[in-house]
Write a protein that binds this ligand. Structure first.
Ligand code: NDP
Length: 284
């Protein structure tokens, strides 16, 4: 397929690489950083003059941008929206707000462009290995059309409802992960006070009702203050903000509190892995 790709960052570059390696034609353009562009061009991607040119040449356009502001900047541009070829599909993979996604899809629908709302989970390792989970919102027939592209990057593709529900599932997942990270740090603080052996504790918790993916996989990182490159604190802060904003008016005390902790932790160290929020509980 002819695939346009916008967003060649920590996630987008390894995903686009896989799409190209699978034999699809890839159309890209420069934003600020030219190095991913040059790498993909050497591997056979076509470099276009601007976003409208990328969009015009693609059957499927994938975008994985930082956040709502960038989604609105790109898809709010009438010239870009009008550039879509007849029958083309936008696969919007940014972790953004459901409400912004719905607005963008409505504007594109006026142009006759179908949209799949398709954020991902699985991090940069999942992007490189093609093992991401896709949370797809939109028409199942549109999902079926773009599956050959999604199959290059995902091990699991879940259809979760209409437009906006992909972003909603992602926000709910991030809310849980953010809260679980803080809960794990507090549990580890108590474990240290009680002189527990971590290996023993993890084995038992993994088979008990307090089990979580975060406690199973991130406890070592929290304790070692590893904070090696992973899912950045500032991205978790952004995702919790989405959850809290979408839930305005609901009692979400844990998400609201967690957001404050991530804001604090991200203030000086936003590029550290989100396990670094544990330092606020355990000390540096
Ligand atoms: P990065 O900041 O690494 O990459 C963002 C990319 O978008 C860059 O290539 C940037 O280009 C480009 N970009 C920014 N603004 C524009 C614009 N206006 N027009 C075109 N391109 C633009 O982010 P990630 O790849 O880490 O994350 C992308 C999304 O995926 C986020 O919503 C994130 O929450 C989500 N996500 C991230 C995960 C992770 O582990 N990192 C895991 C799962 C989801 P340039 O560099 O030139 O400015």
């Amino acid at each position: 397929m002819r695939v346009g790709w916008l967003g060649l960052g920590a996630m987008g570059l390894p995903m686009a690489r896989r799409v190209l390696q699978a034999g699809h034609e890839l159309f890209i353009t420069a934003h600020r950083n030219r190095s991913p562009l040059e790498e993909l061009a050497r591997a056979g991607a076509t470099v276009c003059d601007n976003v409208a040119d990328v969009v015009a040449r693609a059957e499927v356009v994938c975008s994985i941008l930082p956040a709502d502001a960038e989604m609105e900047a790109v898809w709010g541009d009438t010239k870009v929206r009008q550039a879509f070829a007849p029958g083309a599909v936008l696969v919007e993979m940014t972790s953004g707000s459901p409400s912004v996604m719905k607005r963008i899809a409505a504007a594109l629908a006026q142009q006759g462009v179908a949209v799949l709302d398709a954020p991902v989970s699985g991090g940069t390792a999942g992007a490189a290995g093609g093992t991401l989970t896709v949370m797809a919102g939109g028409d199942p027939a549109v999902l079926a059309r773009v599956r050959p592209v999604l199959d290059c990057v995902a091990a699991q593709i879940h259809h979760v409802g209409g437009i906006g529900s992909g972003k909603a599932v992602k926000a709910i997942n991030q809310m849980l992960a953010g809260i679980h990270m803080l809960a794990a740090a507090e549990a580890l603080s108590l474990a240290q006070r009680c002189g527990m052996d971590l290996a023993v504790l993890q084995r038992v918790i993994a088979a008990s009702s307090g089990q979580s993916w975060i406690f199973d996989h991130k406890a070592q990182d929290i304790l070692k203050r590893a904070a090696k490159p992973g899912f950045r604190l500032r991205l978790m802060k952004k995702d919790l903000q989405i959850a809290v904003d979408e839930g305005r008016g609901l009692p979400l005390p844990l998400a609201t509190l967690a957001l404050q902790w991530y804001e604090l932790a991200a203030r000086d160290a936003g590029d550290l892995d989100f396990s670094a929020v544990g330092r606020l509980v355990l000390g540096d």
